[in-house]
Design a protein around this ligand. Structure first.
Ligand SMILES: [Ca+2]
Length: 460
């Protein structure tokens, strides 16, 4: 992270008390917008490993800068309860394996944020600095997955059977492609949809775009299932293969292989070069759209089911984790259950710390801070010791989280996207801008005689 440092020279001829106020307002109007920083979040959960982790460190507490609301809340593809639980009998039911479109998941590149809508069929670009819409583009069916932004282009699929590639700056259509030769339609979720709806994300890597299409199982419908690779530049070339089952979820990639979640069934692997089958993980009882490739190149997915609850399995390493989401960073695994946030030492599998947390709908890591989403709230925890550092209200269940370019973005099941940011005028980081901050600024100005002096005010 870079810092823009604003130095004040004591030798200024201005009257000091007047100068303090003048400079303070100059800072508000001129210096503040020139914040330098940070790291993009160009695809769901940050990268093609779906690591849910960024090196960007936000300074807490954060304040809400804007919230984008729509009357048109997400219309998820599968009308399943997130978790069936019977507390009276002490039974924990099976969690849904197809939770991928409960919120409008966002991606961020530069000062633009992008999301697709499963309700109004549009891809929207917002300015992250004010939440204002830059442009929108209408597909002919619901858009259920976060887009991927790569090389100035936005890629996403729709239930209309097409994958679209737009100009990231203005939303103009560069190309669209569908594997199906026919335009056959069927009714899905009470709406007409292609017999081959795109129910995976579009993964972009090394100039190629990859996706899956088709929802129907069984030999008779085999021809309406596809896994595709196309030239990301113009949508041409590549390959198309027919998977043995329909694919659903966010695609992942590592070591030249595509990892393709398959909804309620277990994931399959394909060679990126030609689409040939390259293996699978799990068995006939396993499945789930949630998946990640760890820093150690192991693969984890879920939820799997057991008599005592749903869990994630990391193959070849930690193994079973009784959680909803996990993040692997260095020697540690972090995961959240319905009631706890836990840090695990990977070498001895011992719990480093665990804290009570109701934030069970999402988990990401930004620098050494964990952000977790719950019912009408989002919280921050220290990765070091699990201390709850900050909590804010959200409009609905916080299913989607992203940290990019100075902001925390939170997407809820009610269709709201919140943008939180450190207030640059909050010099003592207490979440409030008041006379205390102004006095700190004034005192610093009075004390500052040398730009290298620690007493000089430094703005992030
Ligand atoms: Ca303050």
């Amino acid at each position: 992270m870079k810092y823009f440092t604003f130095y004040l020279n004591r030798k200024t001829p201005l009257n000091k008390s007047l100068g303090v106020y003048i400079l303070f307002f100059l800072l508000i109007t001129i210096v503040a917008p020139s914040i330098i920083f940070a790291e993009d979040w160009p695809t769901h959960l940050h990268d093609n490993f779906r690591s849910a982790s960024t090196s960007e460190q936000l300074t807490l507490p954060l304040l809400q800068y804007w919230a984008y609301s729509t009357e048109r809340a997400p219309l998820p593809a599968w009308n399943e309860t997130p978790a069936l639980q019977d507390f009276y009998h002490g039974l924990y039911g099976n969690k849904s394996r197809v939770l991928y479109d409960q919120a409008f998941h966002v991606v961020v590149v530069g000062n633009s944020l992008y999301f697709g809508s499963s309700h109004s069929d549009k891809l929207v670009c917002l300015n992250i600095n004010n939440g204002q819409q830059r442009w929108k583009f209408f597909a002919e069916g619901p858009i259920r997955f976060a887009p991927t932004v790569s090389n100035g282009k936005v890629f996403f699929g729709s239930d209309d059977g097409y994958v679209y590639c737009l100009n990231a700056d203005n939303g103009s259509l560069l190309w669209r492609n569908r594997a199906a030769s026919s335009n056959g339609f069927m009714f899905v979720n009470s709406r007409p949809a292609s017999v081959s709806p795109v129910r995976t994300s579009v993964l972009v890597e090394n100039g190629m775009a990859y996706w899956g299409a088709g929802l129907l199982s069984g030999a008779k419908t085999g021809l309406s299932r596809y896994l595709c690779a196309r030239n990301a530049y113009d949508g041409t070339g590549g390959w198309t293969v027919t998977p043995s089952k329909p694919h659903q979820g966010y695609l992942l990639s590592a070591n030249g292989k595509l990892y393709v979640p398959s909804g309620k069934s277990y994931p399959l692997l394909y060679n990126q070069s030609n689409g040939s089958f390259a293996g699978s993980y799990g068995g006939s009882r396993d499945g789930g759209c949630y998946a990640l490739i760890t820093e150690h190149n192991t693969f984890a997915f879920g939820p799997h089911y057991s008599g005592t609850g749903s869990y994630i399995n990391e193959y070849g390493a930690i193994g079973r984790v009784d959680g909803n989401f996990m993040i692997v960073k260095g020697d540690y695994t972090y995961y959240c259950t319905d009631t706890e946030l836990v840090k695990l030492n990977r070498s001895n599998k011992q719990i480093v710390w665990s804290v009570t947390s109701p934030c069970r709908y999402s988990l990401i890591m930004a620098g050494d801070t964990l952000f977790a989403g719950g019912d009408d709230e989002v919280s921050a925890f220290s990765a070091l010791d699990g201390i709850n550092l900050w909590t804010a209200e959200t409009d609905g269940r916080a299913h989607g989280l992203a940290v990019a370019n100075g902001y925390l973005f939170v997407s809820t099941d009610l269709g709201t996207i919140h943008a939180f940011k450190k207030n640059v005028y909050d010099l003592n980081n207490n979440g409030i801008v008041d006379l205390v901050d102004l006095m700190m600024f004034g005192q610093s100005w009075l004390d500052c005689t040398n730009p290298n002096d620690n007493n000089c005010v430094e703005f992030p």
